[in-house]
Design a protein around this ligand. Structure first.
Ligand code: FES
Length: 158
């Protein structure tokens, strides 16, 4: 772990007074900073908080929002809940996979620009089919409109 990373993590811990009861908030901030939970940072955090590694891994794996896997800069979530599924979310997912060269088994692009995930309901069923890109909701998608969105992000990133 570089001294720069250490300093960042120390700042997060400092903001939470290095308190064990702040563990979830601390992990949340680490994830926000790195978009996932790097192993060395989790181990360092456990040491600093004087808790076991199994405890911190227990928390990190319990909550769906936490990820131990590195993620891309842009997170695309495709809803496959009932309302979205019946309004054809699967063709949208497949179109995005194809556009980005991804599959069910490979969900992050090699350039680390995109991660594609499916979720069970985004809480906007009236707007189905819905996707979010970096938590911004895009309603009533079609495969074509979803690809347009992805392409516009690609252009911005160029
Ligand atoms: S099922 Fe997709 S938003 Fe609820």
């Amino acid at each position: 772990m570089t001294s720069e990373v250490k300093e960042k993590v120390d700042n997060i811990l400092f903001r939470h007074n290095c308190e064990k009861k702040e563990l979830i908030n601390i992990i949340q901030e680490i994830q926000k900073e790195y978009r996932y939970l790097p192993e060395d940072i989790l181990i360092y955090t456990a040491e600093k908080l004087d808790i076991s590694q199994s405890k911190i891994y227990g928390v990190a794996t319990f909550y769906e929002n936490f990820s131990l896997e590195v993620k891309g800069k842009n997170i695309i979530k495709i809803c496959d809940g009932t309302a979205c599924h019946v309004r054809k979310s699967v063709p949208i997912l497949n179109a995005i996979y194809k556009e980005l060269g991804l599959t069910d088994k490979k969900r992050t692009t090699d350039d680390m620009l995109f991660t594609v995930e499916t979720v069970s309901c985004l809480g906007a069923c009236g707007l189905a089919p819905v996707i979010t890109i970096n938590d911004h909701v895009h309603p009533k998608m079609t495969p074509e409109s979803a690809i347009e969105l992805v392409q516009s992000i690609k252009k911005e990133e160029m």
